[in-house]
Design a protein around this ligand. Structure first.
Ligand code: ATP
Ligand code: MG
Length: 447
């Protein structure tokens, strides 16, 4: 293909291609980086493919790093890290999730043919020494991209049977890049969706996290459900389609969950997961029509889902904690002590996220009356308590266990904890007591 390409490659990346060509090899920018560059978006990583073998690549780039597992050589060039990979062919897949072996391919065409979607199966060589820039696009990726069409390379059934992750990638790309999935490709996903069962939690997590990073994750989630993938990777959420959100509304729990995720801040994975799963306990607690204790059932279910997807412990913990507490309520006649006890129960550091979740939950409930009118009123009162620097946990007390043991001459043991807790209860009622001498005097009485 001739010049006139609206495709810009950073000089750092061009230099990597040039040096390989100077050394007598073929080399092209390839894959997602070509797709993104054509879309006018800066790719977050640049890939180069070449007929040079890994040891040959390494002898061209002396300080490169060879990653044996991925067969990739990482080359540092200026501000860019470029992943250089030898042409490959796909070998047999027996488990629908990874090739039995990575084999080097003879040609660029073979390398492009093993890639997943037409828009990801293009290669680009920048202009060089009078030769114009060249786009190698054997599967029509550029015109698909222009037509906003996501299409599998080759026979879609075969490609999804080789690697079931491609079905999640299809949804992720379609949702994030706003593409339509070509009907034969979509039909093949429906036929093969059950194969996503074999995917590792880590790979599912990677795709889900990317989908949740969309401006509005609902598009991807709805697509996952409609294509039959959600029922396999997250039956707990799929099941919510059968559960009405409440007696009055036409909305089901699934649609409510999606509307809630969309209303959480982009870039906050914990809040997005909490928004998605906050009502996941509802199908189990529907019997009484009140979803009694669904927040506790939901917390447990969310933990299981997130562990299955191998999310880190801290994320799982934070999401579970938010779900557990998301049903908090407030009445305007609460005393200061009640507000402080609420802060203690939820934990000071969780308060902002918990309110953000409830706000999203309210937005997700639609035009109907917000579940809690007084949310802003409670928020103001919580802020007042926090600004007054009151004590919300044992750590905030003016004395600690060591002070007690020394001043009261008592040994280490449960007695110390009992007195500290009793003091803390008194301080929650009356923050004015939180002074060293006052607390020590009280402690003597409490012995
Ligand atoms: P992004 O980096 O934005 O997530 P990407 O398309 O660059 O998207 P990568 O995982 O970086 O995705 O992969 C780079 C390229 O490798 C892809 O563009 C595609 O050509 C190929 N590729 C990646 N994963 C697969 C797969 N599971 N099956 C076939 N080809 C794949
Ligand atoms: Mg990439």
């Amino acid at each position: 293909m001739a010049t006139g390409l609206e495709l810009r490659v950073p000089a750092d990346v061009e230099r990597v291609v040039d040096r390989l060509i100077d050394a007598g090899y073929d080399a092209y920018v390839v894959g997602g980086s070509v797709r993104d560059a054509l879309r006018g978006v800066d790719p977050h990583d640049w890939d180069v493919t070449t007929n040079a073998k890994p040891d040959e690549i390494q002898s061209v780039f002396k300080r490169s790093l060879y990653n044996n597992r991925f067969g990739t050589v990482a080359v540092r060039s200026g501000d860019h890290e470029v992943e250089v990979t030898t042409y490959r062919v796909e070998t047999e897949y027996t488990d629908h999730r990874r090739p039995d072996a990575v084999a080097f391919g003879a040609s660029l065409e073979e390398d492009l043919a093993r890639r997943d979607f037409t828009m990801n199966a293009m290669a680009f060589r920048p202009a060089r020494g009078g030769k114009p820039a060249e786009l190698i696009d054997p599967f029509g990726g550029r015109s698909d991209l222009d037509a906003r069409l996501l299409r599998a390379v080759g026979d879609p059934d075969e490609r999804f049977r080789e690697d079931a992750l491609r079905m999640l990638r299809a949804v992720r790309f379609a949702a994030l890049l706003d593409l339509r999935i070509d009907p034969p490709t979509a039909a093949a996903i429906r036929r093969n969706a059950a194969l996503t069962e074999t995917l590792s939690g880590e790979r599912i997590q990677q795709e889900m996290v990317k989908m949740l990073g969309a401006e509005r994750p609902s598009a991807a989630l709805r697509m996952l459900s409609e294509l039959g993938i959600l029922a396999v990777i997250c039956p707990e959420l799929e099941e919510c389609r059968q559960t009405p959100q409440d007696k009055a509304a036409a909305q089901d729990v699934f649609e409510h969950s999606l509307a809630t995720v969309d209303a959480t801040p982009r870039g906050d994975l914990v809040l997005r997961l909490a928004g998605l799963f906050h009502d996941i306990g509802k199908p189990d607690t529907f019997a009484d029509g009140h979803f009694h204790q669904h927040e506790f059932v939901g917390e447990q279910k969310a933990r299981r889902i997130l562990r299955r997807w191998k999310l880190d412990r801290e994320t799982v913990q934070e999401v579970a904690h938010l779900i557990r507490h998301h049903m908090f309520w407030y009445q305007t006649d609460w005393t200061g002590s009640a507000v402080r006890r609420f802060i203690r129960k939820v934990g000071l550091e969780t308060i902002p996220a918990l309110f953000a979740l409830r706000r999203a939950d309210n937005v997700g409930s639609g035009a109907r009356s917000p579940r809690m009118y007084a949310l802003d009123a409670l928020w103001r009162r919580v802020r007042e308590e926090i600004d007054a620097a009151n004590a919300f946990s044992l750590r905030d007390l003016a004395i600690d266990g060591n002070d007690l043991m020394r001043e009261l001459a008592i040994p280490q043991g449960p007695e110390v904890g009992r007195i500290l807790n009793a003091l803390f209860e008194r301080v929650l009622d009356d923050p004015g007591l939180n002074e060293r001498e006052t607390l020590l005097a009280l402690a003597r009485e409490l012995r």
